[in-house]
Design a protein around this ligand. Structure first.
Ligand code: URA
Ligand code: SF4
Length: 182
């Protein structure tokens, strides 16, 4: 059975497949271009996103916007989503069983969007999408090619908020991501 993007969004918005459905305010479906060259995948909605139902509306979003601007990209031409679509209480890491329950939505988003590059934002996404032993501090900014798609990871914007020194390296990683488009 094939579902449209709008159908997928409706499933997410009424999903009760894992316990996060009991504590969330709003599910946070991904958003952006439906024909993006780059798909960004983060971990899970935070407090602002849970309030708004939109990815990256909080402080991390400001960092992400700065990185996008650095390479001349806008939110309208990329697509932004998360491994789990509902906010974990107290911003704890999403549990493996929550990730398992939610990952089919990300897989279907990826199938519909067919990005040229998938950029994992942070360790949780990188370990889920690239490999379980992914080491973000060592491997960020490196690329691998799998199933017609470039995969890479960068520091999560919240890691940059905690340690602003990471901004410069991450800008360089974004420059390399954009080079892959040509
Ligand atoms: N942090 C995330 O991992 N995802 C969001 O959507 C916002 C903040
Ligand atoms: Fe459904 Fe994912 Fe939300 Fe769990 S996190 S309730 S699987 S949308």
């Amino acid at each position: 059975m094939m579902y449209s993007y709008e159908e997928l969004k409706a499933f997410v918005n009424s999903c009760t497949k894992c316990p996060l459905s009991q504590t969330r305010n709003k599910p946070v479906m991904g958003r952006g271009s439906l024909k993006p060259q780059i798909l960004f995948v983060a971990e899970a909605p935070g407090n602002s996103e849970d309030r708004d139902g939109i990815p990256f509306t909080g402080r991390s979003g400001k960092i992400l916007d700065e990185l996008l601007k650095h390479v001349g990209l806008s939110r309208e031409e990329i697509y932004l989503t998360n491994v789990v679509k509902c906010h974990p209480p107290n911003n704890r890491d999403p549990r493996p069983e929550e990730q398992e329950a939610c990952i089919p939505y990300l897989k279907y988003e990826t199938y519909l969007l067919k990005p040229k590059i998938i950029v994992c934002l942070g360790r949780i996404a990188a370990q889920r999408i690239i490999s379980p032993g992914y080491r973000i501090s060592r491997e960020h900014g490196t690329f691998l090619y799998r199933k017609d798609t470039w995969l890479t990871a960068v520091y999560h914007p919240s890691a940059i908020l905690r340690d602003p020194v990471k901004m410069e390296e991450t800008k360089q990683d974004f420059e390399r991501i954009v080079e892959k488009l040509f």
